[in-house]
Design a protein. Structure first.
Length: 417
């Protein structure tokens, strides 16, 4: 994945290195942004880069609220930048005083003016030797007009040349662009389209996965991702062929952890197609390898999968064994959500085996643990199971208690065994 990240970073570097361009508009939907933000963070952490990155990803409700959220985080970000500079034996930025300058703190001023003054202030701290790259990346935009106004005001400041060591990267929507139609043709504004939607990302992966210039290990990682795309698009034969090829590669290179992951993925592939007996065979190979590696996360995940595939085949005693192993491992690993999920399944299997008291015990445990965690979804799901069972058993007292608790946490949906 390094080469795709490098492609994204080179798009940013081209902008950062340009003497003329001051604002970079990045059209990218929130759900496709993870890889892009990861690439920016890698640039921020790069010891070879002298630039200072200040990244703000909170929602844009309106300009005033957005700026009021930026101000408290600035000190923390500068503190972290200084820590990084100390590690590199580099000169620290001037420390921010306890209070920001009055001109920045004055809420009577328009938010855009306050932000520009803050940018000037931070540029002053950087001392002119480092560029400051502001990344305004709201994943939600409730006030598009206010967002456009804010970025336009920053653009006007750049035209007046009041900010010389500052650059700004801003997110825009792809399907309903806010900034691009109004600002893209301004001389100091550039647009970078990273094309990280699933179709474009899959196309990029395909181009690079067979590129001989890319290290074989990285190609293998890309093929693992492409197998995921194959499954999502129901190209099951292609996914199986790709996974078998990967299995051969990881066996040849002795990478047992990766082998266990691929064996599990092949199990998932069969499970998705309701080939439960075949899925069981692959999951068993995966868990055996994971146990040998003493990889608790893999064993936990694969035990749950084995429990599911046994349950689907009606092998309830075997399913119970795997679910109980999952629950114990989740508890030992302090993973309460996975513990709750395992307890739910233990309850379901007990119910199907004609052991209602075992089902009650597991679901009650799951409810109690969910309550401690304030994990409403887990609490609601297991209370639904209990309510159905208490109704079936004619236990009106416990049924009433369940219904009261469901009402308290809100129960829009009902589940059935």
């Amino acid at each position: 994945m390094r080469s795709i990240m490098q492609d994204i970073q080179s798009g940013f570097q081209k902008f950062i290195g340009s003497g003329r361009q001051k604002i970079l508009i990045v059209p990218c939907e929130p759900e496709h942004s993870a890889f892009l933000l990861k690439s920016l963070e890698a640039m921020e952490d790069d010891p070879a880069s002298p630039d200072i990155f200040l990244i703000f990803g909170h929602s844009f409700a309106n300009s005033k609220e957005y700026i009021s959220q930026i101000l408290p985080t600035i000190k923390q970000q500068i503190f972290m930048v200084n820590q990084e500079l100390v590690k590199r034996d580099d000169a620290e930025l001037s420390h921010l005083p306890e209070e920001l300058p009055a001109e920045v703190s004055d809420e009577a001023q328009p938010p855009a003016i306050r932000l520009v003054k803050l940018m000037r202030h931070i540029e002053g701290l950087a001392g002119g030797e480092r560029r400051v790259i502001w990344v305004l990346y709201p994943l939600e935009m409730d006030d598009p007009g206010g967002y456009l106004q804010l970025v336009t005001q920053i653009q006007v400041e750049f035209e007046s040349k009041s900010l010389t060591g500052t650059k700004v990267i801003v997110r825009d929507n792809v399907d309903s662009p806010v900034l691009t139609p109004k600002l893209a043709d301004r001389p100091q504004v550039a647009v970078y389209r990273p094309e990280l939607d699933p179709q474009s990302f899959e196309r990029k992966l395909n181009e690079k996965a067979n590129d001989p210039r890319i290290p074989v290990e990285e190609q293998a990682q890309m093929h693992m991702m492409l197998a995921g795309f194959d499954v999502a698009n129901q190209r099951y034969d292609m996914a199986l062929a790709r996974n078998l090829e990967l299995l051969g590669y990881f066996r040849g290179t002795g990478q047992q952890h990766q082998q266990a992951v691929v064996l599990n993925n092949i199990g998932d592939l069969h499970y998705t197609q309701s080939n439960f007996k075949e899925a069981q065979t692959w999951y068993e190979q995966a868990v055996k390898l994971s146990v040998g590696l003493k990889s608790h996360p893999l064993v936990l995940y694969q035990s749950m999968n084995l429990g599911n595939t046994m349950s689907m085949q009606g092998k309830f005693a075997d399913a119970l064994t795997y679910y109980q192993a999952t629950e114990q491992l989740a508890r030992a690993s302090n993973l309460p959500v996975q513990e709750i999920q395992a307890l739910e399944q233990i309850g379901i299997v007990n119910y199907r085996m004609g052991n209602p008291s075992g089902a009650v015990e597991s679901w009650e445990k799951a409810v109690e643990l969910s309550r401690e965690l304030q994990f409403n979804e887990g609490e609601r799901t297991n209370l639904n199971h209990l309510r159905d069972l208490y109704r079936e058993l004619g236990n009106s007292k416990r049924l009433a208690a369940c219904e009261a608790e469901l009402k308290k946490i809100g129960s829009p949906h009902e589940s059935h065994h």
